[in-house]
Design a protein around this ligand. Structure first.
Ligand code: 5GP
Ligand code: ZN
Length: 116
């Protein structure tokens, strides 16, 4: 995907981000507009549009993404009080950036899962 994709450009180091964790295959960085005291995005470096495309094409990489998110949650001190791991998917899911990313959210009570 490369130059057209914001998160591919962050993964390539072309756009700055506050990186909190990096592995060979994943990158975690702080959301530019945090919706909770802790709001970290975890992406595979390889481009997949959403979590369904990733899970279908490379389940092992999907597992690495989940493992990376779990380490981020621990490093951010979220294990005791808990946190939310979220993959917005498609238009109705509210996805705005079409490079799969897990939102790691925590640091305060997050309220109900959805506003009705
Ligand atoms: P989505 O709605 O696609 O699930 O989430 C996209 C997230 O990316 C939003 O929470 C938004 O604040 C974040 N975001 C958008 N542009 C940037 C950026 O340039 N840098 C960082 N770090 N986060 C971004
Ligand atoms: Zn991308």
């Amino acid at each position: 995907m490369g130059s057209d994709c914001l998160f591919c450009r962050i993964a390539a180091g072309e756009i700055p981000a506050t990186i909190v964790r990096e592995t060979d295959t994943t990158l975690a960085f702080r959301d530019i507009d945090p919706k909770a005291p802790v709001h970290v995005l975890v992406i595979p470096k390889e481009h997949y549009a959403d979590v369904a495309a990733l899970g279908r094409a490379d389940p092992a990489l999907a597992g690495e993404l989940l493992a990376a998110a779990a380490v981020v949650a621990e490093d951010e001190g979220l294990l005791g009080d808990g946190y939310r791991l979220m993959f917005n998917t498609g238009a109705y899911g509210g996805q705005e950036v079409f490079h799969v990313h897990a939102h790691v959210l925590g640091g305060a009570p997050l309220g109900p899962m959805l506003c009705r």
